[in-house]
Ligand binder design. Sequence first.
Ligand code: 3HC
Ligand code: NAI
Length: 693
Amino acid sequence: MSEVVQVERHGDVALIKVDNPPVNALGLAVRAGLLRALREAEADAAVRAVVLVCAGRTFMAGADIKEFGKPPRAPSLPEVVEAIEASAKPSVTVIHGTALGGGLEVALACHYRIARADAQVGLPEVKIGLLPGAGGTQRLPRLVGVGRALDMIVSGNPVKAPQALEYGILDAIVEGDLAEAGLAYARRLLDEGRGPRRTGERQVEGDAALIAARHAEVQKRMPGLFSPLHCVAAVEAATRLPLAEGLKRERELFQECLASPQRAALIHAFFAEREAAKIAGLPADTPVREVRTAAVIGGGTMGVGIALCFANVGIPVKLLEVDDAALDRALQRARATCQASVERGSLTAEAMEKRLGLIQGVLDYAALAEVDLVIEAVFESLDVKRQVFERLDAVCKPGAILASNTSSLDLDAIAAFTRRPQDVVGLHFFSPANVMRLLEVVRGRETSAEVLASAMQLGKRLKKVAVAVGVCDGFVGNRMIFQYGRQAEFLLEEGASPAQVDSALRDFGMAMGPLAVRDLSGLDISHAIRERQRPGLKPGQTLPTVLDHLYAAGMLGQKSGAGFYLYPQGSRTPQDNPALPAMLEQAAAARGIARQPVSAEHIVERCIFALVNEAARILDEGIAQRASDIDLIFLNGYGFPAWRGGPLFHADSLGLDQVLQRIREFHQRFGAWWEPAPLLERLVAEGRRFADL
Ligand code: 3HC
Ligand code: NAI
C-alpha cells in the first residue's frame, strides 16, 4: 500500500486515510492509492462499509495543480471518482479544513458526507482557469439544484459547513476525532441497513431561463474570461444529459480550459502568490514578533482604511490624529465605510459595531507606549514624517515595529529619524486600503530579518498579498506605473483622446484606463510627483506637458470636476473635457509634432511594454526578488487582468524577442525613455524568459 494512502480495518469497516501533506492534493500517488484501497475493500467480503478521512490540516484541497500541463498519468481523477461512486459498499467521508475542487468531487462521489463545523467545501477551479473536471459540474447540481451549483462553480467561492448542510451537500456536522466520527456514522448506516446512495443517480431539474440568464450575466460581469462560460455550459449539460454523457461533456469542456493560455496564466498567479512569501536569505523559521495591538498615525484616506484592515481581522488598533476635529472626521469616515458594507449586505450591523469598537481614537502619543506595531500614514512630507518618527522613537516600547505607509519617500531616511532603524519597515498599502489586496513590504537597508518576517506574516493575517520590495522611488508598483502613465500622456499629445487610451487598455483587460485612474487619484498628486522627479531626469528624458496645462487651469481630476475628463455636477462618469484638445495641440506644437490618429494596438504596446522594460530594470537592481513578485503586484494592486498572468508573464507569452524588438523601434522613434533594459537584452541573447530567472 502506498504511504500516502493507508487502510485500517475496524471490524467490518475499512478506514482509508489519505496523508499527503501539506494539503492532501490528489496527485498520482494519492489517486493510485485510493483506487487500490477501494479495490481491496471491494474484494474483501468481510468489509461492509468504507470510511474516508484525511490526515493533517485539511481534507483534500483538490487535484495536484503542479500536474496540469504535464502528460496525464493513470489512474485519472475521474476514474477514481467513478470507482468510489460505483462501489457496492456504502462509503462515508469526513471533511475537515477545506474540501476543494477534486477533493469535493471525491466527497460527492462518496455515498454519505459528514464534516466538522469549521470545514468549508467549494469548487474553486474557475479561479485557475478551469472547471470541475471530475464530475463536480454533474453531481453538484444533482445535489443542490442548478442555481446554487452555478453560484458555487462560477464564483469558485467555498461555503461553510452549516450552509453546506442546509444545501444538502453534507448529511451531518460532527465533532471530535475524524476517524471515530466516520466509523460511528458507518456503523449506524449498517445498523439501519442503508447501502450506497449515489448522487449520480439523482435527477436534476433543468431551468433553461435561469441558465440563459447566468450565461448573459457571466458575459457581462466577467469579460475576457474563458472558463466561467465553460462552467455554465457544463452545468447546462447536467440538466439534459444522463450522467455518463454529462461527464463526457464535462471532460471535453475541461480539456478546452486546460489547453487555454488563461489556465496557464491563472495557475502562474496562484503559485506566484505562494512564492512571494518566501524571501531569499530569510529562513522559514526566522522568529517573528507577535502583533496583538496596533496603532495608525494619521486618519486620512489611508490611515482610516489601514485601521479598518486591523479591525476587520479582530486586532485592536489606536488611531492618532492631530486634534479633536480631525479625529472626529477620521472616526466618522471609518463608520461611513462600514455602514456602506452594511447597506450592501456584506456586513451585519452587529459586526460593524464590533469592528468599530476595536478602533480607539487618541490624540496623545503616550497612548502608543505599549502597542506592538505602529503604521504612520501622515502627509507625504519628509519633515512631517520626521516629527512623527522622532516621537515614536521616544514613546514606543523596545521591539515595537515602526512602519511607514509612504508611497514615494526614502524609507532609509525615515528609519534614520529613529535610533532603531532595524525596527523600521515600509508597509505600503494601496487605496482603498481596506479593499485592495496588495501590500508592498518595503525592506530598508537596516530592516532586521525578524521585522521583515513579522511584516510578511502580518500581511497574511490582514488577508493581504504581501510582496517584499526594496527601497527606490515608487518601490515596484508605482515606479512602473510612472512609466506607464507617462506613455499614456505622450500618446494623448501624439493624437489619441483620453477615451481612446483608456478603452484600448480596458479592452486589453485593465480594470480601469490609466487616465481615469489619474483623475481619480488627483492630478495635483501626479504633478507633485513629477516635479519631485524632474531634477533626476537623464539627458533626453523629456516630459509630456499636458499635465502642466491641466494643472495651470486648476483641472485636478474628479475632485475639481475636470481633469483628463470632465465630471459635471459631481458626476463620476467621465465625459470629454472640451478644454483638452487645445491643450494637446499646444503640447504637440511644443514637441514639434503633428497630432495624428493612434491605433489601439499601438496604445497597448506603448503602455504595457513601458511596464515590462522598467520591471526588467527593477529586477536587475534587486528591488524585486523575482519576476512573479512583480506580476503579483500588478494583479493585486493595479487591476492588471489576472488571466494574462501579470506584465512579465504576458511578455514571456508574447516572446521576449518580439517585445525587445518593439522596444528598440520605440527607442529609435521616441527616444531616451525607451532605452532597452540590459536584463531584457541579456534574456533575449540567452534565449531565456523572465520565468527562467
Ligand atoms: N495542488 C498542489 N499544491 C497545492 C495545492 C494543490 N491543489 N493547493 C495548495 N498547494 C500547495 C501550495 O502551493 C503551498 O505550497 P508551498 O508551501 O510549497 O508554497 C502549500 O500547498 C500550502 O498552500 P497555501 O500556502 O495556499 O496554504 P493555506 O493554508 O493558506 O491555504 C488552501 C490552503 C485553501 C487549500 C489553498 O492552498 C488553496 O486554495 N489551494 C488551491 C485549491 C484549488 O484550487 N483546488 C482545485 C484544484 S483544481 C482541481 O481540483 C481540478 C479537478 O476538478 C479535476
Ligand atoms: P491624507 O491627506 O488623506 O491624510 C493625512 C492625515 O494625516 C490627515 O488626516 C492629517 O490630519 C494627518 N496628519 C498630518 N500630520 C500628522 C501628525 N503629525 N500626526 C498625526 N496625524 C497627522 O493623506 P493620505 O492620502 O491618507 O496619505 C497618507 C500617506 O499614505 C502618505 O504618505 C501617502 O503618500 C501614502 N499613500 C497614499 C495613497 C493614496 O492613494 N492616497 C496610497 C498609498 C500610500
